[in-house]
Design a protein around this ligand. Sequence first.
Ligand SMILES: NC(=O)C1=CN([C@@H]2O[C@H](COP(=O)(O)OP(=O)(O)OC[C@H]3O[C@@H](n4cnc5c(N)ncnc54)[C@H](O)[C@@H]3O)[C@@H](O)[C@H]2O)[C@@H](O)CC1
Ligand SMILES: Nc1ncnc2c1ncn2[C@@H]1O[C@H](COP(=O)(O)OP(=O)(O)O)[C@@H](O)[C@H]1O
Ligand SMILES: [K+]
Length: 450
Amino acid sequence: MSVPADAPILTSSAMRDAEAACAASGTSLSELMDRAGAAVADIAWRMAAGAPVLILCGPGNNGGDGYVAARLLRERGANVRVAALAPPTTDLAKAARAKWAGAVEPIDETLAPAPVAVDALFGVGLTRPLAAELAGRLRALAVRRVIAVDVPSGVDADGEHDWAPPLPAHVTVALGALKRAHVLLPAAQHCGRVLLAGIGIVCDATIRTLPRPPAPLPGVTSHKFSRGMMLVRAGPMPGAAALAAAAGLRAGAGYAVLSGADTAPLSAIIAEDGDHYPARLGDKRVGAVVIGPGYPAGMALDRDVASAIDSARPLVLDAAAIDAALPRLRGGGLTAILTPHEGEFVRAFPGAEGGKIDRALAAAAETGSVVIYKGADTVIAAPDGRVAAAWPGSPWLATAGTGDVLAGACGAMLSRGGDPFDAAVQAAAWHIARAAHIGPGLVADDLVGE
Ligand SMILES: NC(=O)C1=CN([C@@H]2O[C@H](COP(=O)(O)OP(=O)(O)OC[C@H]3O[C@@H](n4cnc5c(N)ncnc54)[C@H](O)[C@@H]3O)[C@@H](O)[C@H]2O)[C@@H](O)CC1
Ligand SMILES: Nc1ncnc2c1ncn2[C@@H]1O[C@H](COP(=O)(O)OP(=O)(O)O)[C@@H](O)[C@H]1O
Ligand SMILES: [K+]
């Protein structure tokens, strides 16, 4: 599973607006359909490598893309068949159907499979789940490889409904822009490898897939404090804070202080008595304070979070520290990255509604903070509306302590100064890249190893 980096993600309605704008500026919708069909034909040609291809067409423009692809594949000499659910209903799809000179088979129990199927049944126009009978018939079709046009048919492109597609795709050709279904669970796991076909639609989307920013390199004139000094406040479980501090150094901070812990996993970390915490917060060189890892809710946490807020340092707030800071965050004026997992998010933002992107945006707006809403389909949202969707991440991260490592990496990126959204994106990209590099057997400590 993969998605292109830094790619735009649009809702169905934004996609239609972009399509209309494209048409208004001189590129006809039929030209867009031709480009979409050509992109699909190209991928099907390469994936089939001479094997027969079955194209399944729906009644709308998604089906229209399928008819175009069928014609182009046949022109190239491919062994291609078309089966349709119903006759085309849109003008564009009717025109595309008319140019397909071959037979159109019905999608019924007699339909013979093919090694490669192109799923052009429904795209962004799906308004309800597929009928159970159709879904059953598609599931029974023995195809080895499925190429989905725009989205696997049956999923809600906007990711608001959990409708399952009967034909999970090996490759999905996203048209013009990615849709939310490509990056949010449960739909994303049915999209396989997502390829973006740039069909000429111009969109300057603020919601995008995770970019792959290079790890920040030290400049020739850098010194340990200019690279970022971070302060990690340990609670009753100092191991988690120690992981965060070590992650901070590995992610590029020049200096890491671990407050309230006797020992640290790296000798380079300054582990010191918790009594120095107020004085450390007064050190102007501290570029970020990380608090929350291994620190359960209670008066001590409330006090330490309040001091960190009073210090006006940029903050990374994890776990119970998010709840402790919420009233002050809502007041505005703070620079913070919040790193809730699902349970912490629901507890802190019970009123957030919609899909995961909408909920993350609501939390960011409510707190004026950057929110990294963690999980297999991590979403990073800024109060100004920017979003980076980090699907598919690395499933090797599904192990204890990796969230502490992410908090530490955020501290490192934030401590250098600059935009907290960029810092959060860099930290998430670093976290995923490191996990993917280590792979099988990963434990959180490995992320902060050599
Ligand atoms: N966005 C773009 O710029 C472009 C979009 N194109 C294609 O157009 C697609 C969207 O086309 P449409 O808006 O025509 O929509 P679709 O082709 O996705 O489906 C709409 C049709 O399906 C029917 N329908 C909806 N839910 C159903 C259900 N559960 N069971 C049975 N029938 C159902 C509707 O009544 C309608 O006839 C995109 O996904 C893409 O593939 C391309 O042609 C090229 C350009
Ligand atoms: N299946 C998965 N695929 C990708 N990333 C995952 C998966 N499961 C967890 N993660 C990531 O691992 C980290 C776990 O953080 P968290 O739940 O806070 O764990 P902990 O509290 O043990 O440190 C998060 O960054 C999350 O996005
Ligand atoms: K489709």
